[in-house]
Design a protein around this ligand. Structure first.
Ligand code: GLC
Length: 568
């Protein structure tokens, strides 16, 4: 405990360590690509690389520790800075090597992916250099080297946990783990002068995804506003000539159109029967326009006027890109003033039933985000870009809000719907086919200030309806009454922390602070019940959906953001 009763960095590191099961949360360190998982009584080691499955990146099949009598010493305890096998400990020695030591009479058994096995006396200590292409290189070290390595990593994690947000007591243990998740997911992007990108998950997604970076920055701002700014800066750093922001920034470049998709991704799209697996011309790929929202939140934590002006200019260009027509390769594909998603990936909700039919798709979440983003831009520009004319943004926000009601509000069903490809010639009734799916996409207009009362009331009723969105563990991404609802399949029913957090803000906007708070409480409870910030959760059991990845950065960041808010 510190003087003011808040837990110390060491206590928080210990709390986080309690969650490092080496299955859902591997042993790793900020900026290292190495991940250490449990394997029998010992461990195995992987590297983490962009768009390569964990199995392809195995560098050590097994590392087992034996005592002087040849008995196996199993893993007994994990802390952020070391794995303990009892008398022997394993830690990092720099970013690319492990260090083992503690009991000179013990030994270590290694099994490499090529089948080679070797036994090494630990003696005063060993350094194990692990590289994807070179296997493992073991070298003897003088006695203090292992102690130094342990102390160095303990100091590094200590400095990280110093910055961990202090929150309400019942949320602090999970907050400590979530803070660890953010630190653990820092990856160096060598091509970008050592930039520190927090990736969605070193286990599953090794790159900087556009909207993941927004959510990550929003949580990170409470402890490390500078690193939060770095995430946004990386996300905004590589716009295309027309202002479009790329879907992903990674070590080999960016993913900005369907041409940049790895072959494995196209194969998945083809298997899912997607209409855009093999487009005839490259389709732009990005993520939803929540950039100004994230920028405002990060600046609220710590002001940085010059930096803000630079970033805001990029956000404005990306907002204009959404409204640009096909002649500029923009995203208002039918030029009707209401932009479309040209690819499911650009929505962030890849396999939502909304995208089962032909694309482009006019969607109410996109319209809502765009209304809000023009208003956010106007407010930010008034402060950071005094020469920028804000009136066009406010006028466009009004227009988009009106079109949202005109085209996507279904007064008979009393909900927002999406529409398939249309001609843009609405007068002649070629409005694009109505997409009947009842999904979280249709609830996002709650975020729009000044939404007509009738629509707002209908959305609140949907959120409160136990047959649709008021499920025991939270707000599903597809209504439980929709024929496509599945409690396990990615965006087809499970609870995601980002959509829940965005709807909670919508409830605030709709003048419902108590309901907003209740949804936030429910969301943090879910993460605690589910055992960590997983990628998505089964809304019936409140547990990790089977195929969801773990130690997922935006779930961790938004848990922290919600916890801070609930602790005020
Ligand atoms: C999945 C999600 C998308 C996210 C990406 C990285 O593709 O559908 O929203 O940005 O993973 O986490």
């Amino acid at each position: 405990m510190t003087d003011d009763g808040a837990p110390s960095a060491a206590e928080l590191a210990l709390a986080a360590g309690g969650h490092l099961d080496l299955v859902t949360a591997p042993f790793t360190m900020p900026r290292s690509r190495l991940l250490v998982f449990r394997e029998g009584d010992g461990v195995r080691v992987h590297t983490s690389e962009y768009e390569r499955g964990l199995d392809e990146c195995r560098v050590l099949d097994a590392l087992e520790v034996l005592d002087g009598a040849g008995r196996v010493l199993p893993v007994v305890d994990v802390q952020p800075h070391r794995i303990s096998f009892g008398s022997v400990t394993l830690t990092f020695d720099g970013l690319r090597a492990l260090s083992i030591g503690g009991d000179p009479s013990a030994s270590m058994l290694l099994a490499l992916p090529d089948g080679a096995e070797s036994r090494h006396a630990i003696g005063p200590g060993l350094r194990i250099d692990v590289a994807a292409d070179r296997g493992a290189l073991v070298s003897a070290q003088p006695a203090p080297a292992h102690e130094y390595a342990l102390a160095a990593l303990e100091r590094e994690w200590g400095a990280w946990f110093d910055r961990c947000p202090r929150v309400r007591e019942d949320l602090q243990d999970m907050a400590a783990f979530c803070w660890w998740v953010l630190g653990a997911n820092i990856v160096e992007l060598p091509a970008l002068e050592g930039a520190r990108a927090i990736v969605p998950s070193k286990i599953g997604y090794v790159g900087l995804w556009q909207w993941d970076a927004y959510f990550i920055a929003v949580g990170l701002r409470h402890g490390d506003p500078e690193l939060a700014r770095e995430q946004l800066e990386l996300a905004f750093r590589f716009p295309r000539e027309n202002g479009q922001l790329p879907d992903v920034v990674h070590e080999q470049g960016v993913l900005a159109t369907s041409d940049d998709l790895p072959e494995s991704d196209r194969a998945t799209l083809r298997r899912a029967g997607s209409q855009v697996a093999d487009p005839s011309a490259p389709v732009p790929l990005t993520k939803p326009p929540l950039a100004a929202w994230a920028l405002r939140k990060v600046l609220e934590a710590e002001d940085a006027p010059e930096w803000a002006a630079d970033q805001l200019e990029r956000v404005i260009r990306s907002q204009d890109w959404w409204f640009a027509g096909p002649e500029r390769n923009g995203s208002d594909l039918d030029r009707d003033g209401l932009p479309e998603y040209g690819h499911p990936y650009s929505s962030g909700l890849d396999d939502s039933p909304v995208f089962d039919g032909p694309i482009p798709t006019t969607a109410p979440d996109l319209a809502a985000y765009l209304v809000q983003q023009d208003r956010e831009i106007a407010a930010l520009a008034a402060r950071y870009l005094p020469c920028h004319d804000t009136a066009p943004h406010l006028a466009r926000a009004e227009r988009t809000a009106a079109l949202l009601m005109e085209r996507l509000w279904d007064p008979a069903e009393r909900r927002f719907i999406a529409r398939g490809p249309g001609s843009g010639d609405h007068a002649s009734g070629h409005d694009g086919e109505r997409i009947a799916s009842d999904t979280v996409v249709g609830l996002m207009p709650l975020r729009v200030e000044g939404l007509p009362q009738d629509a707002r009331a209908a959305l609140l009723a949907a959120i409160d309806d136990p047959e649709r969105y008021a499920l025991e563990w939270g707000l599903p991404t597809v209504s439980a009454s929709d024929p496509d609802f599945s409690p396990e399949r990615m965006w087809r029913g499970p609870i995601w922390i980002n959509t829940s957090a965005l709807i909670a803000e919508g409830l605030d906007t709709a003048g419902q602070p108590e309901r907003a708070r209740a949804l936030r409480e429910q969301t943090v409870r879910l993460v605690i019940h589910g055992g960590g910030p997983h990628e998505y959760f089964n809304p019936r059991t409140g547990l990790k959906a089977e195929r969801a990845t773990t130690a997922f950065a935006w779930s961790a960041a938004l848990f922290l953001d919600l916890a801070v808010e609930l602790s005020r």
